[in-house]
Design a binder for this molecule. Structure first.
Ligand code: ADP
Ligand code: MG
Length: 388
């Protein structure tokens, strides 16, 4: 990623000064520490922002036009604020247009803008570069036009942009954490009420290490839909059996799952078991963090992986290998796949003084077995969207 001075040079070469307000803004990617495939079951997730982000430089213009340049793709787009249309060719433009569309739907008046942006979040690896792009766009627009869009409102409008304009059916986690993340904290999100709580992640002696398997998440769409169907089936089953309102697997307890396990098809049972146990793990993990008990936190991460691998069946050989290699290293507290699965990344909690060795060993083992060179990123919990 270019530094800010270089970015200004690129900006100034491309656009002449309009004399209007300008600034530099950033929004981060994220890694989900625990709580996978719980969001669409009205459950809990616990992501943290990472210190990889998208940086945007922008200046207002007054002719209702947007001139946008993606530094990383070396690609420019020009569109009118009064005529937003899905761009088949340059997919990245749709994230910007979607956000603008949602802001305008809230009846804010926008005058136009010149902008450039660049990022160092690996794309399509499950670290949510798309939410970072949406959030930095919304944050830039809100700041330069002094709209004061409230944080949660901003996160939700970014989610709608991705759902409705880009056409990706995502939950609220990515936009929430990219907007609301705070240095030194993870973010507990209740995906039913949309309420959230910052949870201090005091990991001075530990680091979060993210291992990118570099495996494309090929199966993810069709399998994701199948998992949602299975969860729907399980919910319907419990809604008929239990004498109260069951809206999602969030509402079913472990005891109830055990009680009715004989009546559920094996696959449905194991899918439900993952979701119900994963929700419990998130809440237990938050308690562990509040008690400064990182050992328990790490064990829960590893249990989460086993559940995703065996009960939810959304892992793959490469992710399992990364986790197995990680658990053999000194100083590891926990390891799991993160994101939807079938590729993407694992997340690991590693003693700070073992991080270098961890990276060397896991890289070597993975490369030897797969011939793929994985990428490793070390991060502390970072801030959400901000002005630079
Ligand atoms: P992710 O898991 O990273 O969110 P997505 O497929 O949801 O993966 O989003 C990736 C898309 O976001 C890219 O195809 C691109 O359109 C856009 N994007 C992300 N980062 C950048 C960037 N630095 N420059 C241009 N577009 C980007
Ligand atoms: Mg995305």
């Amino acid at each position: 990623m270019n530094d800010i001075k270089e970015l200004w040079e690129i900006f100034n070469e491309r656009f002449s000064d309009t004399g209007l307000r300008k600034g530099v803004f950033a929004a981060p990617g994220r890694v989900n520490l625990i709580g996978e495939h719980t969001d669409y079951n009205d459950g809990f997730v616990l992501p943290m922002a990472i210190d990889k982000s998208i940086v945007m430089i922008a200046q207002l213009r007054d002719d209702k036009e947007v001139r946008a340049y993606s530094v990383d793709y070396d690609s420019e787009a020009v569109f009118s604020l009064m005529d937003l249309e899905f761009d088949q060719e340059n997919i990245w433009v749709n994230y910007l247009q979607g956000v603008i569309d949602e802001i305008q739907k809230l009846d804010y008046y926008l005058p136009g803008m010149n902008l450039i942006f660049t990022g160092n979040i690996p794309k399509a690896s499950g670290l949510s570069s798309s939410a970072a792009l949406e959030v930095v766009t919304a944050y830039t627009i809100s700041s330069l036009n002094e709209l004061n869009i409230a944080p949660v409102e901003m996160a939700l409008l970014c989610q709608r942009a991705e759902n409705d304009f880009v056409g990706v059916n995502c939950g609220i986690m990515d936009q929430y954490i990219s907007r609301l993340g705070k240095e030194g904290n993870a973010l507990l999100i209740d995906c039913r009420s949309n309420e959230y709580e910052l949870v201090p992640l005091a990991i001075e002696d530990f680091r979060v290490v993210i291992c990118n398997s570099k495996v494309e998440r090929g199966l993810v769409d069709s399998e994701y839909n199948k998992r949602r169907e299975e969860c729907g089936k399980a919910t319907k089953f419990f809604a008929e059996k239990l004498d109260r309102r069951i809206k999602a697997l969030r509402d079913v307890s472990t005891d109830e799952l055990v009680e009715f396990s004989g009546e559920l098809a094996a696959v449905t049972l194991s899918r439900a078991r993952h979701v119900i146990s994963e929700n419990n793990r998130v809440l237990t993990a938050v308690s562990a963090l509040k008690n400064n008990d990182l050992e328990t936190f790490g064990s829960l991460m590893t249990e989460s992986h086993i559940s995703l691998r065996d009960d939810y069946q959304v892992s793959c050989q490469e992710l399992d290998l990364l986790v197995d290699l990680a658990l053999k290293q000194d100083g590891i507290l926990g390891a799991r796949m993160t994101g939807a699965g079938f590729g993407g990344c694992t997340v690991n909690l590693v003693a700070r003084n073992r991080v270098d060795q961890f990276i060397t060993e896991v890289k070597a083992g993975y490369q030897e077995a797969t011939n793929i060179e994985p990428e490793m990123y070390v991060s502390l919990p970072a801030d959400g969207a901000r002005e630079l």
